[in-house]
Design a protein around this ligand. Sequence first.
Ligand code: PGA
Length: 257
Amino acid sequence: MNRRYRKTIIAGNWKMNMTASETRKFAEDMRAIAPRAKWCEVVVCVPACNITAATKAFKDLHVSVGAENLYYEKSGAFTGEISADMLKDLGVKYVIIGHSERRQYFGETDFSVNKKVHAALEAGMHPIICVGESLEQRELGITMELIALQVKSALAGVSAEKVRKCVIAYEPVWAIGTGKTATSEQAAEVCTFIRTTVRHLYGARVARSVTIQYGGSMKPANAAELLSQPDIDGGLIGGAALKAKDFVEIINAANQD
Ligand code: PGA
């Protein structure tokens, strides 16, 4: 983390978990443990149908509510889809774009990711752009090329001013939900590379203001170590964000003096 130049953001990604009632219960549990979120912003990205319940439940907890996806068109005949304006109107501040599960199961491509990033920014939200390599790609030695390509395509046509509003999450696919965490060296290496990529595109001042998260089996036991890396400015947390106690411990790890 580098709190001087950029925001630290601890974000939960609930995926397809938690009902509205469970959302309320989670907020109560969190309130009882009282996280020390002095230095970081806390976000919980919830299924779209629970956004209203979440904004109410988290209101006095200083937790921002995020969404897990959007569709890039403004409105129209796109049955089942949700637009950026609809999310914004519900009080959504962050939206995850291009999570590897969406790339893998729902046909998300670098092209659609870029369109969604533009839609989120235009609506005044902060996209959390996910990039990351598969195990096969890591073993082939093409991690950096792939990450550079994903970052460049996601940001294509985005102005320097708007890039500052983006969060980039490095999520190695082989570490998501597998219990296998990247070592802090592996995570730091790629996060630093992402910042270098942003620097080549937008210059040093913009690059140092962008929040870059790590995601992939982050948990209380490894959060402090990962977050101590200068280019890792927070986490995107799946499994451990479903338990209030674990999530709060990760928040506390990001808020040590
Ligand atoms: P995980 O998921 O923490 O369960 O590995 C992270 C993510 O997919 O964002």
